[in-house]
Design a binder for this molecule. Sequence first.
Ligand code: ADP
Ligand code: MG
Length: 400
Amino acid sequence: MSTELDPTQETSRSDDLVAAFRAHFGDDPILVSVGPGRVNLIGEHTDYNGGFVLPIALKRDVRMAVRPRQDRRVRLLSVEYNAAFDFDLDNLVNNPSAQWANYVMGVAWALAERGIALVGMDVAISGNVPRASGLSSSAAIEVAAAMAFLEAAGQTGALTGPEIALVAQRAENAFVGVNCGIMDQFISVLGSENHALLIDCRSLDYRLVPFPENAGLVIGNTKASRSLAGSAYNERRAQCEEGVRLLQAALPEITQLRDVSVEQLEANKQLLSPTVYRRCRHIVHENQRVLDTVAALEQGDLARVGQLMDASHASLRDDYEVSSPALDAMVNAMRSAPNCLGARLTGAGFGGCAIALVPAGGEQSVADAIFERYPKTTNIWPEVYTTRAAGGARVEKIGA
Ligand code: ADP
Ligand code: MG
């Protein structure tokens, strides 16, 4: 099995997709829409507490080759699932037997709900965002679908970037039936080359933060089951809400943990059970760590960014208790590389991926350390990816 970092094969991916479209539909597509996956640098479980997150868009994406139709039919071909699925824009109903198609149908449904007039299209879909691994292939497919529908219908100016992200999130929440926050869709639409995106998950204010060119990132996919993630996620959300309710006795103006400072939490910890206190401590400190990371990136202080990532992992492991033996093994393997500046689990936890910061050019040594150590501890063969901070969603006109 390969221990080399992945090549990106940028151009050939669109070419292969166009060829797949032609072979299946017997005609040429006129555009390719692209929705990138994402990785969160720091700010975990802060989104539903009204706080801050700091993701980048990945160089991995879901792409759709598209040819608009004269009627209301949408015909989908999935390269990865080797499956086809057709639907009618006037009859949008969730189909449990083709979950992948629901993401596309859901976006059509959410766009229609916003009053956008759509046209039918033939679509070939292919992605290299690892699925169900915490790098948000779901947002990638939704955002690629939204860009495709808008472009095919000549409606590209109808929605702003944040509105497209909200449509994609609405598709996932209300049509697919997955309760996700706004971060994934937001960064997939609004990401920018060589920048991270600071998002205020309450106001949806956002700001690009330069990601230094001398910084490199390595993502380690634990390939471990995330089966605990759903129930633990709901429990953590409830504990955060309980924390707010109890703290309101002393701090009546707060509505979310976002409103609580480190000092206020410490001054009122007697109001909370030990467990709820630790959950709150993670959120309150993690929010501050996001802002501190932004400051460190702006100063080019990568060593400080690495320290904040390490502190984030410790807090997720010990206070929020959403790490796992596989994630801890991955983070430890990453840190064993001498040039690793910091590492943490990324995403909701219990599986999925961890991310490490290295000086640019040092990625392979972290990958080597992962392949050397992680399988010995876990008996699982991992995947390793490297990425720069990539651009957000786009549409490529074929032949243009
Ligand atoms: P994550 O967002 O962490 O990757 P999710 O479970 O939220 O995991 O979303 C994964 C789902 O998104 C897949 O099961 C599939 O239905 C859909 N999906 C992602 N990538 C593709 C793709 N390339 N082709 C078709 N469907 C995809
Ligand atoms: Mg997802």
